[in-house]
Design a binder for this molecule. Structure first.
Ligand code: DAH
Length: 339
């Protein structure tokens, strides 16, 4: 009997390490240690043996059961390990394979917009998105452009059918909403898509992007405006630029200014891009007109403020030397792939 047991153990211990599939291992374990497995049956016979033999054979049988159980466990672990190892070596990525030529990338307008948003976020500004469809009131009346005012003619508007809705001609259409609904102090930029009824050419499009800025707090002045714009433009061009202000008319600001910045390509010395002047004309800004604040339920005696607005397309064109506005709305992959 002992011989039979030893033989069984030897055979099992040499078979187990060669089984490489977990289900086969379990099956084999059952034939030895399962309910009617070989070793189990031998253990059952024990009761028919005489007292002394039963002790010796029983001890050996238990030893064998323990050694086989251990061998099965070890083999199970080693199968698991080798499955993981082979998966890891099959799934290894080759980082030297070039990216697909067809992968998409971010539109240059979006890219610069995101850079600008980062700069303003660092300065503690909130970011709101402008509306594309708005009302005649928000787009004009609320920002000090009443019906009869000639400034309405400065922007060729797409009027929508029905009661006084328009496609937003300027992100300034968000000023009134923000004044009424945001908690003071307000520091916000509002990027958005705007529309004008223009004939399309290299410098005009019916659809383009603007960024509006608005700051309302106590003791705010032109210096803050200048610093803010200088910081933004220096970030966009990756070098410090200078700012120049000239008087300019916009109905929603008083005083109103036009802001130019020193040409980042020739450092103000004069080149083709700045047409020899060293300056690039860029945007409108000013201190918000009291009428606009009153219309936004704010007291002009208590608060001070500034606002600004610029065309994002124009900034992107200057930054990347893009010669024609029409590229932006044209899904030409050869253009888009360059950024
Ligand atoms: N909304 C103006 C435009 O579309 C740009 C602008 C000028 C916005 C001056 C402002 C500002 O907030 O103060 O031409």
């Amino acid at each position: 009997m002992i011989n039979q047991l030893n033989q069984l153990e030897q055979q099992a211990l040499s078979t187990i390490p060669n089984i490489e599939i977990e289900s086969s291992l379990i099956e084999y374990k059952n034939t030895l240690l399962g309910k009617s497995g070989e070793l189990t049956v031998i253990l059952k016979w024990l009761k028919d043996l005489s007292g002394e033999d039963r002790g010796i054979v029983g001890k050996r049988a238990n030893e064998i059961r323990d050694s086989l159980t251990l061998a099965f466990e070890n083999q199970k672990d080693s199968i698991k390990r080798s499955v993981i190892e082979s998966r890891m070596s099959n799934e290894k990525e080759d980082v030297t394979i070039p990216f697909s030529q067809n992968s998409g990338n971010i539109h240059p307008i979006t890219k610069v917009q995101q850079e600008i948003e980062d700069t303003f976020r660092r300065m503690g500004f909130d970011i709101f998105e402008s509306m594309q469809m708005t009302t005649e009131y928000l787009n004009f009346d609320a920002v000090n452009i009443p019906k009869t005012h000639p400034a309405r003619d400065m922007q060729d508007t797409f009027w929508l059918e029905g009661n006084g809705n328009v496609l937003a001609t300027q992100t300034s259409c968000m000023q009134n909403l923000i004044m009424k609904h945001e908690k003071l102090p307000i520091r916000a930029i509002i990027p958005g898509r705007v529309f004008r009824n223009e004939d399309v050419d290299a410098t005009h499009d019916n659809t383009f992007y603007q960024v509006e800025g608005i700051v309302i707090d106590k003791n705010i002045g032109m210096g803050h405006l200048k610093f803010t714009i200088k910081t933004m433009l220096s970030d966009v061009f990756g070098k410090e630029v200078s700012i120049r202000m000239r008087p300019g008319y916009f109905p929603f600001v008083e005083p109103g200014v036009e802001i130019d910045f020193s040409c980042p390509f020739c450092d103000g010395n004069g080149c083709k891009i700045c047409k020899g002047s060293g300056w690039i004309e860029f945007m409108g800004a000013g201190l918000i007109h009291p009428n606009v604040l009153k219309e936004g339920w704010l007291d002009p005696e208590v608060y001070s403020w500034f606002a600004f607005g610029f065309g994002l397309n124009r900034l992107v064109m200057i930054k990347y030397g893009i010669p024609d506005l029409r590229y932006f709305m044209n899904p030409d992959i050869r253009f888009l792939k360059q950024f």
